[in-house]
Design a protein around this ligand. Structure first.
Ligand SMILES: [Mg+2]
Length: 219
């Protein structure tokens, strides 16, 4: 993690890799962390609980190889609930990066520790603030970006941030979630939130991602 800048205050944590932000791709790949990169263990606070989600390493190696920006956006309310602190969060992050291996370069990881929307100044998903701030800081066109998430709040945040293509990766026990998301899909396959829409893809596994299509979106 030495090549990363860390910005941290009591509720916000940003890892940013020191890289040239110019890219041949205008968009980026945004990902939720828990349930997408690592298995969702409620309020993970122990390194021994880290388990990569099947297919994530290969997908991220592919995007890295092409020079695509990869941005993680994660709610970590365990901070305000005092289940763990940012030091513990950093240990988890370091380990996660180690597990992903040297062929994966995550451009940045944005985390917020808020537990309610009101105090979060728009950063806690489903609010879009974290994505919008990341896009501004990293020179990313959100309308040409994609997001992969495992919860309704991810889908909403991305749609509100004007991301036009979202991918839902249901977890093992997420029947209810799947239902609440399907209630928000129109007959053309668009997820809607108020008057905003994004094309929704449902993934059974990260191995289902059609890389060519994603490259076509973000270029
Ligand atoms: Mg999640």
């Amino acid at each position: 993690m030495k090549s990363l800048d860390i910005t941290r205050n009591h509720m916000v944590h940003i890892y940013k890799r020191k890289v040239d932000l110019r890219s041949k791709f205008r968009g980026a790949v945004f990902l939720d962390r828990d349930g997408v990169i690592i298995e969702d263990v409620n309020y993970i606070s122990s390194i021994s609980d880290i388990k990569l989600v099947k297919g994530i390493k290969k997908s991220l190696e592919y995007f890295t190889g092409l020079g695509v920006k990869i941005v993680v956006v994660t709610n970590q309310s365990g901070i305000s609930r005092e289940f763990f602190d940012w030091n513990k969060y950093e240990q988890i992050t370091d380990k996660l990066i180690e597990y992903l291996g040297s062929k994966v370069m995550i451009t940045a990881i944005y985390a917020n520790g808020y537990k309610d929307q009101l105090s979060s100044k728009g950063w806690r998903k489903p609010e879009p603030g974290m994505l919008i701030d990341a896009a501004n800081q990293l020179k990313i066109d959100l309308t040409r970006s994609i997001l992969i998430g495992d919860r309704l709040s991810d889908m909403k945040a991305a749609t509100r941030a004007n991301i036009k293509h979202i991918f839902y990766l249901p977890g093992a026990n997420q029947c209810e979630m799947r239902e609440s998301i399907s209630e928000r899909v129109d007959s053309n396959g668009y997820f809607f939130d108020s008057n905003l829409k994004a094309r929704l893809g449902v993934l059974n596994s990260l191995e289902d991602i059609e890389m060519d299509k994603i490259i076509e979106i973000i270029k």
